[in-house]
Design a protein around this ligand. Structure first.
Ligand code: SAM
Length: 307
C-alpha cells in the first residue's frame, strides 16, 4: 500500500481547475493521490501525463489509477525530461509536488530517514549510481560542510563535516543510524524541537538527487508544456526550493531581461513575458490540514499562468 496523503488538494484543484477534456501533467506522481483527483475531476475525457523518478512510485501510481485506464500515460523519469515525450504547448495544467513521499521516508531500505536503520542510499531513482554513502565517505570536509550549510541550513555544518571525515578514517559510514548517532554526539538535541540529524539528512538527499538543479530544469520544461492560459502549480517543502520557484516566476513574468545578477534599469532588454502570477504570495495549508497531516507543515503552493 502506498500510504502517502496528498497535500493541499483543495488548493491544487482550485489552481488547476481540471475539467473534462483537459490535459494535465503530474511531474511527481508518487502514489497518484493528486493524479487520481485530477482524473476524477476530468472524467470522462480528460488526460493525464505522469512521471516519477522512483520506479516503485510509478508502479504504485499505475495500480492506483487502474480505474482510469485509457486516460493516462505514466513514464519513469525526471520531470525535467517531460518535454522529451509530452507534446509542447499541449497541457492545461502542470503539477509539481516536490520532495519525497511518506512511502519513501517510511521504507528503511531507501535510507531517507534517520528514524529507521537502513543503508545510506537516498536515491529517488535507484538506477543512478551516486548514493548518500558516496558523499559521506568520499567528499571532502569542505564539500560536506557546503552541502549541510547551503542545502540544509545546518549551523554546525563545518564541525559535523570535520567529525565525519575523522570518523570515516576508522570505519566507513554504511547506515543511517551510524550517521545519525555521530550527529547526535557532536550536535546534541538540547531542547530543539527537531532531531539534530534532520538538516544533514535533508541536505544529503537534496544533493544526492540534485533536487535544486532538477527543479530549475523542470520549471523550464513545465512552461514549454503549457498552452496559453494553462497553469503551473508547484508545492515546495523547503525554503531553498520555494526561492527557486519565486525567482523563476518573477523572471518569467517580467516584460524585460537584464544581463548579469543586478537589475540596472538602463541595461534592460524588452521581452514578452511568458507567465503571470495567479497567486503572487505562496499559499499555505489550512489549519484543519495542518492538524491532520503533519507532513503538510512546511508545504507552500505557488501558481502561475502561461500567457
Ligand atoms: C511529495 S511526493 C508526490 C506525491 C503525489 N503528489 C501524491 O499525491 O501521491 C514527491 C514525489 O516526487 C518524486 N520526485 C521528486 N523529484 C522528482 C523529479 N525531479 N522528477 C520526477 N520525480 C521526482 C519523488 O520520487 C516522489 O515520489
Amino acid at each position: 500500500m502506498f500510504d502517502h496523503k496528498p497535500v493541499m488538494v483543495a488548493e491544487v484543484l482550485n489552481a488547476l481547475k481540471p475539467r473534462p477534456g483537459g490535459r494535465y501533467a503530474d511531474g511527481t506522481i508518487g502514489g497518484a493521490g493528486h493524479a487520481a483527483i485530477i482524473l476524477a475531476a476530468t472524467s470522462p475525457t480528460g488526460w493525464l501525463f505522469g512521471c516519477d523518478r522512483d520506479g516503485d512510485a510509478v508502479e504504485a501510481a499505475r495500480a492506483r489509477l487502474a480505474e482510469f485506464a485509457g486516460r493516462f500515460e505514466i513514464r519513469r523519469g525526471n520531470f525535467a525530461e517531460l518535454t522529451d515525450w509530452v507534446p509542447a504547448a499541449g497541457c492545461d495544467g502542470v503539477l509539481l509536488d516536490l520532495g519525497v513521499s511518506s512511502r519513501q521516508l517510511d521504507c528503511p531500505g531507501r535510507g531517507f530517514s534517520f528514524q529507521h536503520e537502513g543503508p545510506l542510499d537516498m536515491r529517488m531513482d535507484t538506477r543512478q549510481s551516486l548514493k548518500a554513502a558516496d558523499l559521506v565517505n568520499g567528499a571532502s570536509a569542505g564539500e560536506l560542510a557546503k552541502i549541510f550549510g547551503e542545502l540544509g541550513g545546518e549551523r554546525d555544518a563545518l564541525r559535523l563535516a570535520n567529525a565525519m571525515v575523522r570518523d570515516r578514517e576508522k570505519h566507513k559510514f554504511e547506515t543511517t543510524r551510524q550517521l545519525a548517532e555521530l550527529i547526535e554526539k557532536i550536535s546534541p538535541r538540547r531542547g530543539k524541537k527537531t532531531h539534530p540529524a534532520t538538516q544533514v539528512f535533508q541536505s544529503l538527499r537534496i544533493a544526492v538527487n540534485d533536487e535544486i538543479g532538477s527543479l530549475k530544469r523542470g520549471l523550464d520544461a513545465a512552461v514549454k508544456l503549457l498552452k496559453p492560459g494553462g497553469r503551473l502549480a508547484v508545492i515546495t517543502f523547503h525554503s531553498l526550493e520555494d526561492r527557486v520557484v519565486k525567482d523563476f516566476g518573477r523572471a518569467r513574468s517580467r516584460d524585460y531581461t537584464f544581463a548579469g545578477e543586478v537589475d540596472v534599469p538602463e541595461l534592460r532588454e524588452p521581452r514578452v513575458p511568458e507567465l503571470k502570477w495567479v497567486t503572487r504570495k505562496a499559499t499555505r495549508p489550512g489549519t484543519a490540514e495542518l492538524a491532520e497531516n503533519p507532513r503538510s507543515r512546511s508545504a507552500q503552493l505557488r501558481v502561475m499562468e502561461r500567457i
